[in-house]
Design a protein around this ligand. Sequence first.
Ligand code: ADE
Ligand code: ZN
Length: 325
Amino acid sequence: MRPKAELHLHIEGTLEPELVVELARRNRIDLPTFDVDAIRSRYSFTDLQSFLDLYYEHMAVLRTEEDFYDLAAAYLRRAEEQGVRHAEIFFDPQAHLSRGVPLEVVFGGLSAALKDGGVSAALILCFLRDQGADEAEQVLRAALPYRESFIGVGLDSAEVGYPPSLFRRVFEIAAAEGLHRVAHAGEEGGPDYVWEALDILRVERVDHGIRAMEDPQLVARLRDERIPLTVCPLSNVRLRAVPSLRDHILPAMLDEGLVVTVNSDDPAYFGGYVEDNYAALQRELGMTDEQLDRIARNSFEASFAYEGETTGTCPSASAAEEQVR
Ligand code: ADE
Ligand code: ZN
């Protein structure tokens, strides 16, 4: 299997129904159903918000350091099976703080799992854009005592109506702290959101970014500056950002010379982990081994580990990239 880096993965989006049930039982939390098939049958989404509603609902089972440890340890085991050599993992602290789960618990569980895991990995703290810029700034300041436990900041949750420009100041603070910067943009929002992420937030990667293809000048900018895009094909189909995989614009993005990567976003909800995304592109879109090798190489180039700033013990990100060449 081709070695790859995974750069767009929400740890809370790896919460499989089996773990939802196990953690609910452990924490004595009532669920509408304890039947995993019944839970899975709810995984039919009409747009980003319809998914986010369920995504936040299921997080109620994450309470203790052990819960966060088990969640991340399970993902890292799956990632290893899928050929992942390095992962840069998003987490949503505000979604836990709002339920009374302190940062100490979240960082404690996730960091311990990353240290014990068999795959090189690092954390990226995401701000929930629909909770506004003031709260984002508060959470960043509260997280600074854990500065050594994360390598960057991101921006996620409901996109349309919450443009990147709202978050200028918190991204400036993050930059001054030496944190890497990424943002979801151009998933449901238009190319203007991608421009703002580049010009105002000074992001180093764009998460999703598929709608950038609507603006040739933006495509030229992304290509010329080699700004990577973390595309998530199965997610785009499940959240109806594209009608079907066969309609996905990813091959055209590659033809434009963009630094495209393939990632799983929220694999427990979207029907596949990262290698499943690669396999689906080959099966449904007829993408060639050569194209997929290029995408895997891009994933190492786009990784912040290239700058030697990740935590974790596996030194193989660059060695793995050599294997793809
Ligand atoms: N949070 C988890 N998955 C997300 C996605 N695909 N877009 C925005 N926010 C998210
Ligand atoms: Zn995402």
